[in-house]
Design a protein around this ligand. Structure first.
Ligand code: AN7
Length: 348
């Protein structure tokens, strides 16, 4: 069997005989039980480890479909704005499709690993003096040019492909979890999960929708505040977004599932990142650790019912942003290359 979202879930996607069947073997990521954190939180916690996708983030699920449909519909190039992961993914799928890719990034605010990816895959990388929200406005203008397709989540195929993550979780567990928690930036992914669960409910595969708990960084929390944020700021650069494109869909997703939005501080995000890695062995980028920070906060405040089955989406790989990860952990111990020096450390 061929691997990848267009193969595994093609029957639920708008494919035609003319859609190029692109694949980097995206999707089918692990749903890992987190034993130590489950015990600490008093819940049954699973991580949907989407940082193991081919470009290291969940974006590949929707990008494969968006680029395939762009090619099918005659696009000669793709364009996107990005806080990093969308650009890495767009660049990779444009490369396999054989078309140029233009990416607009907020200058100086993209994790180095993501920048390296966009460049090595061969995208034309533009660093915009301005934040993500401005870069997206420019990408929309660029996409008005003949032959250009925008592959941000304003492109409906992106969220359609991202529904596959909800389907994988239900297929694996047999039933949906009680809660699904994930980071919220442009608010596309939470909307895609909701649509994915709703689709499964309508076709009888599941009976109820999980509560969707969307977590933002305090300095970039328009969904929590209920209003746009003009100068978003957070260490979790992936979700440094003040005007989410899918705000209305995300609001509805939380309402119809009985879920909620909450905000966590940068310190709480970095603490959660460290704890996830050191207690359960998973390394996720800062944005992806906002949900764990949220669960730990709810637990502290007595708002986390015990015994729930919770799926937490680790949206991006920790290796993308080593600067954030190393900012608050002890550095290496430098020693002379001698047995004595080694023994001194081992016995101290
Ligand atoms: C790791 O790459 O917006 O709420 O341009 O990279 O669907 O936006 C990334 C977003 C969560 C938020 N986790 O998802 C981009 C971009 C990671 C991310 C989000 C992003 P949405």
């Amino acid at each position: 069997m061929k691997k990848g979202i267009l193969y595994s879930y093609g029957k639920y996607l708008p494919l035609t005989g003319k859609t190029p069947m692109l694949s980097l073997c995206e999707g089918d990521t692990p749903l890992a039980p987190l034993r130590n954190l489950s015990r600490e939180l008093g819940v049954e916690l699973f991580a949907k480890y989407d940082g193991l996708n081919p470009t290291g983030s969940f974006k590949d699920r929707g990008m494969v479909l968006a680029v395939a449909k762009a090619v099918e519909e005659g696009a000669k190039a793709v364009i996107c704005a990005s806080t990093g992961n969308t650009s890495a993914s767009a660049a990779a799928y444009a490369a396999v499709a054989g078309i140029p890719c233009f990416v607009l990034l907020p200058a100086g605010k993209v994790a180095l690993g993501k920048l390296a990816q966009a460049m090595i895959y061969g995208a034309k990388v533009l660093a915009v003096r301005g934040n993500f929200d401005r870069a997206l406005e420019l990408a929309r203008e660029g996409a008005e040019q003949e032959g250009f397709a925008i592959v941000n989540s304003v492109n409906p195929y992106r969220l359609w492909g991202q529904r596959s993550a909800a389907w994988e979780i239900c297929d694996e567990l047999g039933t949906p979890p009680d809660w699904l928690t994930l980071p919220v930036g442009n608010a596309g992914n939470i909307s895609a999960y909701c649509a994915g669960f709703e689709f499964y409910k309508e076709n009888g595969a599941i009976r109820k929708l999980p509560r969707l708990v969307g977590v933002q960084a305090e300095g970039a929390a328009p969904m929590v505040r209920g209003a746009p944020v003009d100068s978003p700021e957070t260490v979790a650069t992936a979700i440094r977004i003040g005007r989410p494109v899918s705000a209305d869909k995300a609001k509805r997703a939380v309402e119809i599932t009985g879920g909620r939005f909450l905000a966590v501080s940068d310190d709480e995000i970095l603490d959660a990142q460290k704890q996830l890695a050191s207690s359960d062995g998973l390394f996720a980028e800062p944005a992806s650790c906002a949900p764990l920070a949220g669960l730990l906060k709810l637990k502290r405040e007595g708002e986390l019912p015990s015994g729930l089955r919770i799926a937490m989406v680790l949206t991006g790989n920790g290796l993308k942003d080593p600067d954030a990860a190393t900012s608050r952990v002890p550095s290496a111990i430098e020693i002379d290359g001698t047995r004595e020096a080694l023994m001194e450390v081992l016995n101290s």
